[in-house]
Design a protein around this ligand. Structure first.
Ligand code: MF3
Ligand code: CO
Length: 249
C-alpha cells in the first residue's frame, strides 16, 4: 500500500527532514583527514537527539550505528568504527535518517575529503546532478518509471554505473514504505504519482561496473570491482504541479 500524506503530516515530515538536513550541515564541518567515522557517528547521534529526534538507522534490522557512513567503494550501509580513519582523497557518504514526532526522513550526501581525483570529482558531480535530473520529472499524474528512466539515462550518458540492488522508497510512518523507486527503468511504466505521496529518491552510482556485493559484516555493500561509488538522496513530497524537498533548509 502506498501512503498518501496530508499537508499537516507533510509539514511534520519536513520538520523531521530539516533535522536530517541540519545534521548534514553540522557533520560536514568535521569531515577532515584523521577523523574516525565513529567520531562522526557519535556527533550525529547527539545532534539528532538534541533536536528532539531519534536516529532511525540505529537498531533498524539490528543496524549497529546512528547513521550509515560509507567510504569510496562502499555504496551503502557502512558501519562507523574507531578503526576507520578518513584520509585525504576519500569520498564519504553520510546517509542520515531521523524519526521525529512519528515521521521518518531520509537523506544521503557524498562529500570529498580534501583534494580528490578527477574520477571521484566526476562521480560526485554527476551523481548529485542525476538526483536533481530525476526530480525534475516529478509531479502528480506522471508515471514513477519516468524518474527511474531519467536517472538511468543521465548516469549512462556520463559513463557511470547504476546500482540495481538498492532502490529509493516511500518514507513517512516507516523508514521504508512502498513504492520502490529504482534508479533504472523505462518511461511510461510504473505507478502514477499522486499528490501527497512522500518518496526518497536516491541514485547510487559507481565510477566502474554497476555490480555490488555484501561484506562479511552483513551490512556494508561494496562495488565488486572496487570502483568508487556516490549516493545523493532527498526525501520529497509529490505535489500537483511538482515536488517539494523535505530534507532541505
Ligand atoms: N537510508 C538507508 C536506506 O534507505 C537507511 C538504512 S538504515 C539501515 O537504506 F539501518 F539499514 F542502515
Ligand atoms: Co533511503
Amino acid at each position: 500500500m502506498v501512503n498518501i500524506y496530508s499537508d499537516d503530516e507533510i509539514k511534520i515530515i519536513k520538520e523531521s527532514g530539516h533535522i536530517t538536513y541540519m545534521c548534514h550541515q553540522y557533520l560536514k564541518e568535521y569531515l577532515h583527514p584523521g577523523v574516525t567515522t565513529k567520531y562522526i557517528d557519535d556527533l550525529a547521534g547527539e545532534f539528532i537527539k538534541e533536536q528532539g529526534g531519534i536516529p532511525s538507522c540505529l537498531g533498524y534490522d539490528g543496524f549497529p550505528a546512528n547513521i550509515c557512513i560509507s567510504i569510496n567503494d562502499e555504496v551503502v550501509h557502512g558501519i562507523a568504527s574507531d578503526d576507520v580513519i578518513l584520509k585525504e582523497g576519500d569520498i564519504v557518504t553520510l546517509d542520515i535518517c531521523t524519526l521525529y514526532k512519528g515521521y521518518h526522513s531520509d537523506s544521503a550526501w557524498s562529500y570529498p575529503i580534501g583534494h580528490i581525483n578527477k574520477q571521484k570529482e566526476h562521480l560526485l558531480h554527476h551523481t548529485e546532478k542525476a538526483l536533481f535530473t530525476g526530480l525534475k520529472e516529478i509531479k502528480a499524474g506522471v508515471p514513477l518509471g519516468n524518474i527511474s528512466a531519467r536517472i538511468e539515462q543521465y548516469a549512462t550518458k556520463h559513463g557511470l554505473g547504476v546500482v540495481r540492488e538498492l532502490v529509493g522508497h516511500g518514507v513517512g510512518h516507516e523508514l521504508h514504505e512502498e513504492p520502490d523507486v529504482p534508479n533504472y527503468g523505462k518511461y511510461n511504466t510504473g505507478m502514477i504519482l499522486q499528490a501527497g505521496m512522500v518518496i526518497a529518491v536516491e541514485p547510487m552510482l559507481t565510477a566502474g561496473k554497476r555490480n555490488v556485493e555484501i561484506l562479511d559484516d552483513e551490512w556494508t555493500i561494496v562495488t565488486e570491482d572496487g570502483s568508487p561509488s556516490a549516493h545523493f538522496e532527498h526525501t520529497i513530497a509529490i505535489r500537483e504541479d511538482g515536488y517539494e524537498i523535505l530534507t532541505g533548509e
